[in-house]
Design a protein around this ligand. Structure first.
Ligand code: SAH
Length: 239
């Protein structure tokens, strides 16, 4: 027989569970509204048109990739600090760089600069597999945890210097570099398929240019996109 105390507490416990669930749902709902607005006002309004990119940006929960105290501003129009003096890129830049990779689905992608893991998650919504390299161990570990918690199964995170690329998985259909080297790393180009695209910021802070690079049989074709501001691509010797 149930004790009378448990019997009397039962309705309160049920009420507590329902109240908590409704609250969590309301917060998730607000984030979804913020996210849809971000896509419309910051991304579509600036000319990003690829439906796969817009869909991915609507799906990935950016607030899960920023520190707890910044979750409320996760969908604002700018980069945010993620610790270790690094940043998660502005949503528009993430969308633009993803569009410039010219993805159709099914690709194998290499990202240099995992950071929070957000850009990798956006890519993973579109392609078959994302390989991503992060040089700061604490960030690599945290990104791994976040991506696992959110259920991403098609992302592999490696801690190390991105200059080396990922020789075991060559060739890649496309590459995205989210830290700025002073020159395009030749070694990375060698790991790209003929016909493959690389999107990369190049130059010494604050004079950087975003490039879309296409590898052809005749060499690489470079296209300037827009001036940008990224953290520098460091190397293990310099750290
Ligand atoms: N794509 C990230 C943002 C990247 S910020 C996101 O979505 O959150 C740039 C990241 O590049 C930083 O985390 C920095 O530590 C990393 N980085 C810098 N130089 C690197 C290198 N040589 N190899 C790998 N990662 C590097």
């Amino acid at each position: 027989m149930k004790s009378p105390v448990i019997k009397h507490l039962f309705p309160f416990v049920i009420f507590g569970i329902v109240f908590y669930s409704v609250r969590v749902m309301a917060v998730e709902d607000r984030y979804q509204t913020d996210r849809f607005e971000m896509v419309k006002l910051q991304i579509e309004a600036r000319g990003v048109r690829d439906p796969a990119v817009l869909e991915a940006m609507k799906r990935v929960k950016r607030h899960e990739f920023v520190p707890a105290e910044l979750q409320a501003v996760a969908y604002t129009d700018g980069p945010l600090p993620i610790g270790e003096a690094q940043t998660i890129s502005q949503p528009y830049i993430v969308a633009l760089m993803t569009e410039l990779l010219e993805l159709h689905g099914g690709e194998k992608i290499l990202e240099i600069g995992t950071g929070s893991g957000y850009q990798a998650a956006v890519l993973a919504e579109i392609v078959a597999h994302v390989y991503t390299i992060e040089i700061i161990p604490a960030l690599a570990k945290r990104a791994c945890e976040t991506l696992e918690r959110l259920g991403y199964r098609n992302i592999s995170v490696h801690e190390g210097d991105g200059h080396a690329g990922w020789p075991e998985e060559v060739p890649f259909d496309a590459m995205i570099v989210t830290a700025a080297p002073e020159q395009i790393p030749e070694n990375l180009i060698s790991q790209l398929k003929i016909g493959g695209r690389m999107v990369i910021p190049v130059g010494r802070y604050p004079n950087q240019m975003l490039y879309q690079i296409r590898k052809t049989n005749e060499g690489v074709v470079k296209k300037e996109v827009i001036p940008v501001l990224f953290v520098p691509m460091t190397s293990q010797e310099k750290r």
